[in-house]
Ligand binder design. Structure first.
Ligand SMILES: Nc1nc2c(c(=O)[nH]1)N[C@H]1C(S)=C(S)[C@@H](COP(=O)(O)OP(=O)(O)OC[C@H]3O[C@@H](n4cnc5c(=O)[nH]c(N)nc54)[C@H](O)[C@@H]3O)O[C@H]1N2
Ligand SMILES: Nc1nc2c(c(=O)[nH]1)N[C@H]1C(S)=C(S)[C@@H](COP(=O)(O)OP(=O)(O)OC[C@H]3O[C@@H](n4cnc5c(=O)[nH]c(N)nc54)[C@H](O)[C@@H]3O)O[C@H]1N2
Ligand SMILES: [Mo]
Length: 770
């Protein structure tokens, strides 16, 4: 790459709103959720003017099969069906979709793309819901209305005109329901490509690959009942109070029962202190908070694997004193390569473990003790573990640890990744995979009477690079905000701009509509809360949560505009235009989604009798062989991995920077410039630093600093004038917000194990701004 330094700076636009006041930092000392959450919710309801519809919708959210699934995170719904199973951030996501504001043709006539490009990302989404299909007109630099028919024709003609179907790439963001997902991958494969990048390539690819390699089941094996019966919870690399707030309830309940909870995170996040259970109204009224942690450990960024190895080593060392420290019977019956793993733990010196994780042995032993004393343990994790060079090795080390004490295939025990988008797990289950298995392709080919391509396709990073080279000419974004979510912002912008044609299926205006190909269209779709009326009646779609429960979601609101189509209908429209001789009955499928589900039941493992089972009160759980101690691995057993510890200690003078979300955002959707639990108001362009690291550099609180990253290829990227915030974070570590900090993530810096961009481990230097 020969980009100049200027090409690697932040684009001109802001991400968050204009600040409402001076930037402030006041450490937060209140429990998570509770009244602070209630206040924040009412602010969003007021701003979106959704005071009447909002509360009514919220009462219908996550209610067995009679409401819609929260479009927020992938935390499972309460199994008891009694609670008002909602959270602050879920309410924000719902009201965000239900806003009465509209982006119509007059709006686009009034504002050129060049003008809109200078707006903040907050301002773009704040305009409200998209209302009709629009096409970019290069003459006037405005989006102009286009009919659905003409839009589909344009897609069809362009796709048919490609020399090779691999010149197109089809992105999915994890909100897409299962039925649309299935149709989308079918369309891509009928066209002849496996280019199916998705947001999972940026979040849990490492978890899927590790679990597949260790257990032969690429998902977590526990469910909420296990959370309710476990003795010890290890919560790693997740900011649950903001990103999976309903986990707070599970943590508080576990604490009440006497379970032990260990949080492993360079930052002590709000979920690692106390919470007021949001749907427990007496707790709310009495300000009664519950503790949610017994032990907080703050390893350095990337230090998790060393910490896990240390815990494993300590457990093994305990065997001399207590033969039951290991579950030798489980190990003998169900696992492979234990001896090699034991030798590796013995050979890894304590000093190296301490140096790599940044914790001393005593602290590691505390965690080991919790683990050893628990009959049943669950390890739960999210991006703090996965978005690293060695994310796969680290997740496999989690499994190693669980196997030592037979914490698998029984109640209250096992691995429990926290997934991101509400249906990101369902997307993969239903065929969004750039590396599909032969078995899946065989079944798809047989039942859908197509000849699917066998060559693996492009993932997110691969797609960006191919667009940059000119090898991919057509980009279709099924939801999401690819331009802003992906790494190396200026490079990704350039890649999208080099496309011949970009298609975005969206609910709201966002950056990806303004950073577009030579030709571009926006196709507006129904949101999850809205009524999907088709020929045979109102349709529901299914989704799969983090714990593999599949259930129906039924929208009930009047659509934001009468010109919107459902996502399945949009896919069918594009497919019919692109594949005139298709054997797939696209129109017939759209009349009644039961018909799609009948086909899915034939093609997808674990979806037998789909239409009946999905209508059971809580839906159904997809079979997980590892849960039944059936391991679809080469050895037929759960496999210990034996990766050596990697060096994650930052070089002198450099820091390891993790990019993360604030409390008031949903990925690229920003609600405000505040981050309540971290004590921040009116500020997103910040970097959290250890006080000693600041002092060493002569940086004072809220002083502007310049952050320069160094990529694997030696190139530099920079963000200037960010404000330094002294924070309780280990030395050598720093943290700040995505998507702003994607500017610092080089396109070539992805994990060789998972191909995930290294969003939690950017090598930076930080200096006072001149
Ligand atoms: N409200 C809200 N909810 C969301 C989202 C949202 O944007 N807003 N996004 C959704 C999506 S798509 C996803 S994938 C999830 C993301 O959920 P999270 O994984 O919670 O996302 P991040 O904000 O990136 O937070 C990462 C956490 O990892 C910690 N961390 C950073 N580096 C390390 C490390 O090396 N080791 C350890 N142990 N911890 C580390 C950080 O301190 C932070 O607490 O949330 C989902 N839910
Ligand atoms: N530096 C850094 N970058 C990251 C991450 C990080 O931790 N650090 N996290 C990564 C992760 S985990 C993820 S998942 C990605 C997120 O990447 P994406 O999923 O691509 O981004 P979102 O911000 O969730 O997408 C928001 C847009 O989705 C559209 N939308 C909302 N609801 C619907 C719907 O129902 N249907 C359709 N068709 N569109 C809808 C709206 O137009 C909205 O503007 O970002 C990644 N980027
Ligand atoms: Mo994600």
């Amino acid at each position: 790459m020969n980009a100049s330094d200027d090409d690697r700076r932040a684009p001109e636009h802001r991400v968050g709103p204009e600040p409402e006041g001076e930037p402030q930092f006041h450490p937060y000392h209140h429990p998570a959720a509770g009244w602070g959450a209630a206040k924040s919710v009412s602010r969003v309801l007021m701003r979106e003017r959704a005071l009447v519809d909002g509360p009514r919708a919220i009462m219908r959210m996550n209610h067995e099969n009679t409401g819609f699934d929260c479009p927020g995170c992938a935390w499972p719904d309460d199994t008891k069906g009694l609670h008002l199973d909602i959270c602050e951030n879920g309410i924000k996501h719902v009201t965000w979709e239900m806003t009465p504001k509209r982006v119509d043709r007059d709006f686009f006539a009034a504002h050129s793309v060049t003008e809109l490009s200078a707006w903040s990302d907050f301002a773009l989404e704040d305009q409200g819901r998209l209302t009709e299909p629009m096409a970019y007109d290069p003459e006037s630099d405005h989006y102009v209305p286009i009919s659905w028919h003409d839009a589909f024709t344009m897609v069809g003609e362009t796709l048919r005109g490609l020399d090779d179907p691999n010149q197109a790439s089809f992105y999915t963001s994890g909100r897409l329901g299962n039925e649309a997902t299935f149709l989308y991958q079918l369309m891509a494969r009928e066209l002849g490509t496996n280019n199916l990048p998705d947001c999972s390539n940026m979040c849990h690819e490492a978890s899927g690959r590790a679990l597949e390699a260790s257990l032969g089941t690429g998902k977590g094996t526990v469910d909420l009942k296990d959370w309710e019966t476990t003795d010890a919870l290890f919560i790693m690399g997740v900011n649950a109070a903001s990103n999976a707030p309903r986990m707070l309830t599970a943590l508080a309940e576990a604490y009440h029962r006497g379970a032990r909870i260990v949080h492993i995170n360079p930052l002590v996040e709000a979920a690692a202190t106390r919470t007021i259970v949001p749907h427990d109204f007496t707790d709310m009224a009495l300000f009664k908070s519950t503790r949610t942690s017994t032990l907080n450990l703050q390893p350095r960024i990337g230090g998790d694997m060393a910490l896990l190895r240390g815990i494993a080593k300590a457990v093994m060392e305990q065997v001399k004193a207590d033969a039951k420290a290991l579950d030798q019977e489980f190990i003998d019956r169900h696992t492979a390569h234990f001896d090699a793993y034991r030798a590796l733990c013995e050979d890894t010196p304590w000093a190296e473990i301490e140096r790599q994780c940044g914790l001393d042995r005593d602290d590691i032993l505390k965690a080991a003790r919790v683990y050893r004393e628990a009959d049943r343990s669950i390890v739960s994790w999210c991006l703090g573990v996965s978005q690293h060079e060695h994310g796969v090795d680290t997740v496999r080390e989690i499994v190693n640890l669980l196997l030592l004490r037979g914490n698998l295939g029984r109640e209250g025990a096992g691995p429990s990744p926290v997934r991101g988008h509400s249906n990101v797990q369902g997307n993969r289950t239903c065929g969004i995979d750039h590396r599909p298995t032969e078995d899946f392709l065989d079944r798809l080919g047989r039942y859908c009477r197509i000849d699917p391509p066998r060559q693996h396709g492009l993932d997110t990073v691969g797609t960006i690079r191919a667009m940059h080279r000119g090898d991919v000419k057509v980009f279709v974004g099924m939801g999401g905000n690819f331009a802003l979510a992906a790494p190396d912002t200026p490079y990704t912008y350039e890649a999208l701009r080099r496309c011949d044609f970009t298609v975005q299926v969206s609910t709201k205006l966002n950056r990806s509509h303004l950073v577009h190909g030579r030709r571009a269209i926006i196709l507006p779709c129904l949101g999850r809360t809205e009524k999907d009326q088709q020929r045979q009646g109102v349709q529901s779609t299914s989704v799969e949560d983090s714990m593999s429960m599949v259930h129906l979601s039924l929208g009930m609101k009047r659509p934001a505009s009468k010109h919107l189509l459902s996502e399945p209908a949009i896919i069918a429209g594009m497919a019919r235009a692109a594949l005139p001789d298709s054997p797939t009955p696209w129109e017939w499928y759209i009349e009644d989604y039961d018909r799609i589900r009948d086909t899915m039941a034939q093609v997808l493992d674990g979806f037998e009798d789909f239409n009946r089972r999905v209508r059971l009160p809580l839906g159904f759980r997809i079979k997980q062989p590892a849960r039944e101690l059936v391991f679809l691995t080469p050895s037929g057993r759960a496999e210990f991995s034996t990766a050596p510890l990697h060096d994650v200690v930052p070089a002198p003078g450099t820091l390891a920077l993790g990019t993360m979300r604030s409390h008031d955002q949903w990925n690229t959707t920003i609600y405000s410039d505040d981050d309540r639990y971290r004590g921040i108001s009116n500020l997103r362009t910040l970097v959290f630093m250890n006080e000693d690291d600041m002092r060493e550099r002569g940086i004072l609180e809220l002083e502007p600093v310049d952050i320069v990253s160094t990529a694997k290829d030696g190139s530099h990227r920079r963000l200037d004038g960010y404000l330094a915030v002294p924070y309780d974070i280990p030395r050598g570590c720093a943290a700040g917000y995505m998507p702003e900090m994607n500017v610092l993530c080089a396109i070539g810096d992805y994990s060789t194990q998972s191909d995930q961009p290294l969003m939690k481990h950017v090598k930076v230097t930080i200096t006072r701004s001149a």
